[in-house]
Design a binder for this molecule. Structure first.
Ligand SMILES: O=P(O)(O)OC[C@H]1O[C@H](O[C@H]2O[C@H](CO)[C@@H](O)[C@H](O)[C@H]2O)[C@H](O)[C@@H](O)[C@@H]1O
Length: 390
């Protein structure tokens, strides 16, 4: 891919942010399918005013209680975790070309990107498609142990094929090293730590560093990590994940009655770190540097790096499941560009145009997109001889 060779110097935030507009805010309004309203959802976090707390960070996980057939126990950082899939993937099944979109989760407002693939293809026709994808909940199922969120080999193949045809970036809250180890494809762009660690494709093991807008926060992030580990140690199931330029405090495995006390502990620690801010994701409290940089800025930066900044013939396709990605998509929407696909089994207030239910459907969509592209760009051998000579 010609535009995959962009290499920029490791820039600081001042240089990178100068030309980029600020991100917008988005609201998720998802409720779990079971209709249970947790203490968190009822507003135990109301006083926190955590962005994204409207859905209690559950992301509306209707299969929260589902047990995986073969739980795997792993020990990490001195604590033992048992990982299980908390979202039941849809069974692999042959899919008709244009299945009806009848599920309550896919109203007319956000039809299935598979069922409406012809519309997606029409939007992409004549455009240079650029792919942006979130990792957790999009390429991998949500599981209880964050270290076990593997994507399938089939998904890896699908993403590899996508990257052969379109510039492709993974935009994630995880640190780049971790997500690279899960994805295992060096030909992709990665915007890790919520866009604060941007790396480009590389032929070697290490990705090429493009941007580190929060590099001066590394010492404070390390210090906050140690303080949070210390403070939350007594809460069974709580886990602090170091994502290099940001931190995640997971409460998926914490008893519900302890969610609010845990949030209070985290808030108390952060009083000593005014340069850090707190937001909420899917059963996770996210701690990030208080700078005007997020996934949206990262997406803009990547488009600019790819030389697609001022072009009207570009179609960024963004597939995500979490509210931080919604922020990123708002940036694309503001530019008047972008096709957003929300991965969710339940309705959410979203700027996305389409929906997919789970990573299995995401994979089917990616396969379909590649097939569409292949049909439109036949191999040289398949082209008429006259065309081959041009
Ligand atoms: O931007 P993303 O790629 O969606 O990353 C957001 C967070 O994802 C991970 O946590 C989530 O997935 C875990 C594994 O399935 C799950 O256990 C957890 O409850 C979810 O919140 C990751 O661990 C975080 O660091 C990311 O910030």
């Amino acid at each position: 891919m010609s535009n995959q060779d962009v290499v920029l110097p490791d820039m600081g935030i001042a240089a990178a942010a100068a030309a980029l507009p600020g991100p917008g805010r988005a609201l998720f309004a998802c409720r779990g399918a079971a209709g249970a309203v947790s203490s968190l959802r009822r507003g135990a976090y109301g006083g926190l005013g955590l962005p994204g707390a409207a859905d209690g960070g559950t992301g509306g996980e209707p299969f929260l209680g589902a047990r995986a057939p073969a739980p795997a126990a792993v020990a990490a950082a001195g604590r033992t975790y048992t990982s299980r899939v908390v979202e039941r993937p849809s069974a692999r099944r042959p899919r008709p070309a244009a299945p009806p979109s009848t599920s309550a989760t896919r109203g007319r407002k956000h039809p299935s990107a598979l069922g409406s693939f012809d519309q997606v293809a029409a939007a992409a026709k004549g455009k240079r498609v650029v792919m942006f994808m979130d990792y957790d909940g999009t390429l991998s199922p949500i599981v209880t142990d964050t270290d076990m969120a593997f994507m399938t080999a089939e998904m890896r193949e699908a993403v590899r094929d996508v990257a052969k045809h379109f510039p492709t970036a993974i935009v994630t809250g995880r640190c780049v090293e971790k997500v690279c180890s899960f994805v295992g494809l060096s030909e992709l762009y990665y915007a890790g730590s919520h866009g604060m660690d941007i790396k480009g494709p590389s032929s070697k093991d290490d990705q090429t560093v493009l941007l580190h807008p929060a590099r001066e926060f590394l010492p404070v992030i390390d210090k906050a990590f140690r303080a949070l580990e210390e403070r939350t140690r007594a809460t069974p199931g709580a886990r602090v994940e170091h994502n290099k330029f940001c931190l995640s405090v997971h409460f998926r495995c914490v008893a519900e009655k302890s969610w609010s006390p845990l949030a209070e502990q985290v808030k108390a620690v952060l009083r000593d770190f005014p340069e850090l801010k707190l937001t909420e994701g899917r059963k996770v409290l996210e701690i990030r540097p208080s700078i005007m940089w997020d996934k949206g800025r990262a997406v803009e930066f990547l488009l600019k790096s790819l030389g697609f900044d001022d072009r009207s013939d570009v179609l960024p396709v963004y597939i995500w499941d979490d509210r931080t990605d919604e922020d990123a998509f708002k940036v694309l929407k503001k530019r008047g560009q972008g096709l957003g696909i929300l991965v969710s089994k339940c309705p959410k207030e979203t700027d996305a145009s389409y929906s997919l239910q789970d990573p299995t459907e995401v994979m089917e969509f990616l396969v379909r997109l590649v097939e569409w592209k292949r049909l439109r760009s036949p191999s040289p051998a398949a082209r008429p001889r006259a065309q081959q000579q041009k």
